[in-house]
Design a protein around this ligand. Structure first.
Ligand SMILES: C[S@@+](CC[C@H](N)C(=O)[O-])C[C@H]1O[C@@H](n2cnc3c(N)ncnc32)[C@H](O)[C@@H]1O
Length: 379
């Protein structure tokens, strides 16, 4: 166990270095900085005074040309999501002791206050890549099936910067039956998102890679509206596509449950909506009702999802430094997001009629308690 001094030092180092790494990473673009040449290229994008300061920071940490520095800089995107919530952290005093709905004082159509969305989708697009390769087996199974039984394409709700769709396309192209028949059986790629910044980031990313896609506004809490918009604008039924998403269901806007849940709650989390503490049984039931809305649209081709979860406080204490639970609970807890524990999430999905395909499902780490799950559901 580290001493208090050492722990403070480590946390302070993280808080000071994360913005630097993210600044450099975003200056480099959507790819990771894999070499010192990449780092130099990113550094030259900075203002000369920042370049000077950056050199001093690197020297102070002995990162210059070192394996340690290279290790961190290659993983700059891993710091993107937490850094994107800087505004939320700046307002924690207000959120805890004043107006709990302070972050939501923006009007409809105005940019979000709690998060720097462009930075957030850059960070998640980079950091989540590590999980995307674990979806490959499902993608291969689905797109190696007889061509006339396959989905028309993919619909990624909350597409961020489009990284998941582009990853799946690559697997389909290189490793499936569909990939060798794309001329006769083209693959429709739909990126849906709640934020204009994300749709712009996705369109840019697709353009960089020379890939065609359809980008459409969508709310994860309202699949019926997405289905309608998709049909009206693109002539395609949502259920004819394979629905995929990563790190999103917890991000939906909270809807109070329609039905009172009689069962005792199981979750150990703490959740609020616009400053009001929520009853756990309502958070659980709300998730179940949310998943029920999707079941008709995933009946034919399934729902492939990666999701984020909290862990019980007693597990978080035991696993300090081994799970990203503290950062995730802070960013998500303060900004009205609902990361329920894996067993709770799975029970609500089962109650909602979603049938988990065990051979294509896993958690990260592989045994519980874990903070990330991969699930392939059929309804
Ligand atoms: C944490 S990111 C996940 C992005 C991407 N799926 C990934 O894994 O890298 C959240 C994304 O969901 C979008 N989002 C947030 N709330 C949403 C909602 N209610 N409906 C649809 N998209 C939403 C955000 O704009 C952002 O692009």
């Amino acid at each position: 166990m580290l001493s208090l001094d050492q722990r403070l030092r480590v946390h302070l180092e993280g808080a000071l270095m994360a913005p630097w790494m993210v600044m450099l990473g975003t200056a480099f673009g959507t790819e990771a900085m894999k070499s010192w040449d990449d780092v130099s290229q990113a550094t030259t994008q900075l203002h000369p005074q920042l370049q000077e300061a950056w050199r001093e920071v690197m020297d102070a940490l002995s990162w210059t040309d070192s394996a340690l520095g290279g290790f961190f800089l290659q993983r700059a995107a891993a710091y993107g999501v937490t850094t994107s919530y800087t505004q939320t952290f700046l307002w924690t005093n207000e959120l805890l002791f004043g107006d709990g709905s302070w972050l939501w004082r923006n009007g409809p159509g105005k940019a979000e206050i709690h998060v720097d969305r462009t930075l957030n989708v850059w960070g998640s697009g980079g950091a989540h890549q590590a999980y995307f390769s674990h979806l490959d087996q499902v993608v291969k199974d689905v797109f190696n099936a007889p061509l006339d039984e396959q989905p028309l394409g993919l619909c990624d709700m909350g597409c961020g910067n489009g990284a998941l769709l582009l990853h799946m396309l690559k697997v389909i192209e290189s490793d499936t039956l569909r990939g060798s028949h794309l001329d006769e059986w083209p693959l429709m790629l739909v990126g849906a998102d709640f934020n204009q910044e994300a749709l712009v980031a996705t369109a840019d990313h697709f353009r960089q890679k020379g890939v065609k896609g359809h980008f459409i506004w969508g709310d994860i809490g309202d699949p019926d509206q997405l289905a309608l918009d998709l049909y009206e604008r693109h002539g395609v039924r949502l259920g004819d596509l394979m629905n995929v998403r990563s790190f999103l269901d917890h991000n939906r806007i909270y809807n109070p449950p329609i039905i009172d849940r009689p069962e005792e709650p199981v979750s150990s989390g703490a959740f609020s909506f616009r400053g009001e503490r929520l009853k756990l049984r309502n958070v659980e039931q709300s998730l179940k009702e949310h998943l029920m809305k999707w079941s008709a649209y995933v009946a034919q081709h399934g729902l492939l999802m990666i999701e984020l979860h909290t862990v019980a406080p007693e597990n978080a204490i035991l696993m300090q430094g081994k799970l990203p639970a503290t950062a995730y609970d802070a960013t998500h807890g303060f900004s009205d997001q609902y990361i329920l524990e894996i067993p709770v999430f799975d029970s609500m999905a089962a109650e909602a009629g979603l049938d988990m395909q065990m051979e294509h499902s896993r958690t990260f780490p592989s045994s519980l308690p874990a903070t990330v799950s991969l699930r392939f559901f059929r309804a």
